[in-house]
Design a binder for this molecule. Structure first.
Ligand code: SAM
Length: 280
């Protein structure tokens, strides 16, 4: 069966290169090129952009990104078994695909790309949250990337876009929405993947804002949010006790109530609290 890029269908690619999925590497492959093109489109216009992809696997999403007009794709893949399949894509798109056979947690990815940069990935579940937090917490803002379009387990996606007042609201929601706009672009059933995972998945699209919504030192904010949600059933005055001796006064000065719980505090409140704590 012909495909839009003239390369073999993904089922054939997997069979030819013996790419049986490995659980330890979080391998759940997308084999429908219409679906991978749809995910690529969720990243917006890719023409003129360099794209960072983590975990290309057999290359379904990579092909979607290139077919949708990405200027270049830099793909970081830990599993060397995938390299021959990815080399076939490089040959079909000369000069447009660079594959790094590395661990995404160890690579200085920005050195390989030229702005404007978008990050698009069907992330391995075991390192997905760690990568997201790193992308969200660079020393300076705006970051080197314009947007993140990332597949997660749906429960993680819901935590990223969560609003105050519910169980899903926590560290990920505050870190993501403080400096980005975030929304769920699409949800996918387990059957969309080979092998199917146990849970549903969702693609989250985050766009970097030009500046944070509220002023705060990122390191202090991270400490406040970590302490607040680490003991989420406790009231703020107890959960944040270790951050300052007069924490109750600082909570009040931030316009918050010491008996509130972290999940009731909006991002603005955490930022006010971080400013009070940074004031020394
Ligand atoms: N993008 C492909 C797709 O959509 O079909 C594969 C997605 S699969 C969920 C995750 C991919 O990430 C696998 O190919 C796996 O080998 C790779 N991977 C796992 N851990 C990694 C790491 N630390 N660094 C880079 N790639 C990793």
């Amino acid at each position: 069966m012909a495909t839009i890029d003239g390369l073999p269908p993904l089922r054939e690619v997997i069979a030819t290169h013996g790419l049986s999925a490995r659980k330890a590497l979080g391998q759940n492959f997308l084999l429908d090129l219409n679906l991978t093109a749809k995910i690529a489109r969720a990243a917006g216009d890719l023409t003129g952009c360099d794209v960072l992809e983590v975990g290309p696997g057999p290359g379904g999403l990579t092909r979607g990104l290139l077919a949708e007009g990405a200027r270049r794709v830099v793909a970081i893949e830990k599993d060397a078994r995938c390299l021959p399949a990815l080399a076939e894509i490089s040959a079909a798109y000369p000069g447009q695909l660079e594959v790094l056979n590395e661990d995404a947690l160890q690579v200085d990815w920005a050195a390989h790309l030229t702005p404007p940069i978008k990050i698009v990935a069907n992330l391995p579940y075991n390192v997905g949250t760690e990568l997201l937090v790193r992308w969200l917490t660079p020393k300076t803002w705006p970051p080197q990337w314009q947007s993140l379009t990332l597949m997660f387990q749906r429960e993680v996606a819901e935590r990223i876009v969560a609003q105050p007042g519910g169980k899903a609201y926590g560290r990920l929601a505050v870190l993501a929405q403080w400096r980005c706009s975030a929304r769920i672009a699409l949800t996918l059933p387990p059957e969309a993947f080979t092998p199917p995972p146990k849970v549903k998945s969702a693609v989250v699209h985050l766009t970097a804002l030009p500046a944070p919504r509220f002023e705060a030192d990122p390191k202090v904010l991270e400490r406040v949010v970590a302490a607040g949600f680490n003991q989420r059933r406790k009231m703020l005055r107890a959960a944040l006790k270790g951050l300052a001796p007069d924490i109750e006064d600082r909570i009040l000065a931030a316009g918050l109530t010491p008996t509130d719980r972290a999940e009731q505090v909006p991002i603005e409140g955490f930022c006010a609290l971080a400013r009070q704590i940074a004031a020394g």
